[in-house]
Design a protein around this ligand. Sequence first.
Ligand SMILES: NC(=O)c1ccc[n+]([C@@H]2O[C@H](COP(=O)([O-])OP(=O)(O)OC[C@H]3O[C@@H](n4cnc5c(N)ncnc54)[C@H](O)[C@@H]3O)[C@@H](O)[C@H]2O)c1
Length: 283
Amino acid sequence: MDTFEGKVVVVTGGASGIGLALARAVAERGASVVIADVEAEALDAAVRPGPGALPSATLTVPTDVSDPVSVAALRDAVLERHGRVDVLCNNAGVSTFNLLADQTLDDWRWVLGVNLWGVIHGISTFLPVMRRQGSPGHIVNTASVAGLVSGIAFLGPYAVSKVGVVSISETLRQEMAFTGDPIGVSVVCPSGTNTQVMEAERNRPAALGAEARTPDAERWRLGIKDGFTGPDGLEPEAVADQIVDAVLADRFWVITHSDLTPAFEIRFAEIMAHAPRKQEDRA
Ligand SMILES: NC(=O)c1ccc[n+]([C@@H]2O[C@H](COP(=O)([O-])OP(=O)(O)OC[C@H]3O[C@@H](n4cnc5c(N)ncnc54)[C@H](O)[C@@H]3O)[C@@H](O)[C@H]2O)c1
């Protein structure tokens, strides 16, 4: 895909943060944008006339990505309006903050439901449509540096979900090469970005109860928020620009920050140090 001009781009979690910045970036490049989000009021705000508003023709679809029926309704709304979809951005994401010992089963259900099942629902619902179209397209999955460092204290379910998103993306890339479908794949692994991600519990369904953060976990959350995702983080527009470039260049990895590169090196060096070489197998 070498242009966004005239393309139909669907962004989940498109009413805030990285998703909203991405929606703006592709709209500026001539795409018809669909933003899907669980926060109906934020969807309305994103298109309300004023500075930074998305074009009035933007389709806004209240969607819960953890619910396959809701994602199917999103697909139907996109096809009814535009008759096609060229780019799917599975971007919605949430997190809890607690030690594994203190994470409830509902914490796991919520985080995996949005972050992992949301991507699964997006792919299983939209990929068949994109394959039938047969035209160049792209799927962008937003993971995190958590998907590359893998284990992060206090962020257990989040890290599991993001490792899963990296894995799904790598599989999808291989399979598109295997089947020859002209659908590119990118996986976005941001580090700290100045968004509302640290207030994700605002969207937690009441049916899954409230998060019971310990004081230690709350300190951890505030530490990340203050030193990482707050004003010290990248602005979401900078992450969105990198995603746009990656789609246009058909680049898989979108690793937006350098701060955790040493952590990747340490992790992979430790794995390599324990991975037997062929001659050691025989010894
Ligand atoms: N901000 C960071 O530092 C950072 C770092 C790494 C990865 N990420 C990832 O970036 C993505 C975007 O997050 P953000 O930082 O822009 O946060 P954000 O909270 O500003 O935006 C996330 C959006 O997802 C929506 N959402 C939540 N639950 C949903 C659901 N069930 N269905 C549909 N939409 C839902 C929210 O309403 C919100 O609009 C997430 O996947 C997040 O994990 C963010």
